[in-house]
Ligand binder design. Sequence first.
Ligand code: KIV
Ligand code: ZN
Length: 511
Amino acid sequence: MKDKLIIFDTTLRDGEQSPGASMTRDEKVRIAKALERMGVDVIEAGFPVASQGDFDAVQAVAKTVRESTVCGLARALKADIDRAGEALAKASSARIHTFIATSPIHMRAKLRMTPDQVLEYAVKAVQRARKYTDDIEFSPEDAGRSEVEFLCQVLEAVIAAGASTVNIPDTVGYNLPDQFGQLIRTLLERVPNSDKAIFSVHCHNDLGLAVANSLAAVINGARQIECTINGLGERAGNAALEEIVMAVRTRQDLFLCDTNIDTTQIVPTSRLVSGITGFPVQPNKAIVGVNAFAHESGIHQDGVLKERQTYEIMRAEDVGWHANRMILGKHSGRNAFRTHLQGLGIEFETEEELNVTFQRFKELADKKHEIYDEDLQALITDANLMIENERFKLLWLKTTSETGEISTASVVLSVDGIERQAAATGSGPVDAAYKAIDFILQEDTELLLYSVNNITSGTDSQGEVTVRLKKEGRIANGQGADTDIVIASAKAYVNACNKILNPIERAYPQV
Ligand code: KIV
Ligand code: ZN
């Protein structure tokens, strides 16, 4: 009988700390539902004290999710813990995750506290959190650079105070796999009451070792991993959920534990998170990149045709790739559309949402005869962006491009319900369209990133455009998809403007 490896997903909290990845309450709820469907054990939904927006998001996730435990983050402070307890009140299963730094540099330079004070705060935080739930997680922040002796002392005290999970973060991604694995083994051996708590790890990817460090920890006795979809997270990100889950599942010969994850939900959830946050997935990304199962070399193709396992250690369909299966055409009806999307794990909350999306599907089917699951995922994200971000809408766009000539663009936007029109010239049609949009909005935003990817193959494929904007220190990502990449570009730009110029609902939490 294998142990259970608990999957704690922090896409909605640490993932949201990626610059520009902030999400609205409704976006968080959509991702939380996908995580629940995937079988994630604990969903860290946010940091309730950070802002009213994040409090509301955690509360909404707690009300919606029934199968997974919902967790809120709190510093080791009374106000943080009370706010987290309040946000989680309606959860069917609630966890409070409280933390305080234990490394010499953090205690001295950041907290300006002595080790004894840190110990006292840690214990008090756990005791306070127990007013709200028995499921308490404690993290000694920057454990990867903390003194082992002090870590043991803190962990023993918080477990005695009632922490049921102790999480060992490599906050700055400094550790190496052997060393980190050894740290977990040492803690399990030296903390006298270590058998009373689950040992968890939370690794950052600054040296590209977050997954390797997490797996080394599991081999040495950790039984919870904190991770994010697509490896999103502060700076270089966190350990990627999909890589952890598939490594453990594929190498059951080496691991004494396994997760409860339904791996067929991995790719749809990855696409959902990428669409909502505007963080594209690199093509060669393990498991969820479009090339992860593509064989280019003739020798490899020949081998796979003769026997798949010659060059494949996992099956694409097991992680949710549908191998570009053509699924619907322009004659498909509303019910077939709804049923097919249900199969992809996409549910509509209102008839209006279904109608808007079906209409957009019909428009796409007129332009593109073969519609694949990837097209549908992009369509859903696009449709949701349009429904949620109402301030600015792209109503009409016309561009010209001709060899040797300057490009022109005419744009009609709806701005707070009023139609506004502008025309501009540019070095190309996208440049011209962006200038026309800027002319209408008259806002000073800085374009940090513009990138185009094709969703499926072929020249009739939809292009998916990602735009990153900066304004007054805030960053927002926008996405748009269309068979016409100039229109996709304009949609992405308008989407990013909606996010950055209408920030009320967004939380921008930073720990
Ligand atoms: O990286 C970190 O240390 C964290 C803690 C809050 C667990 O995100
Ligand atoms: Zn972190």
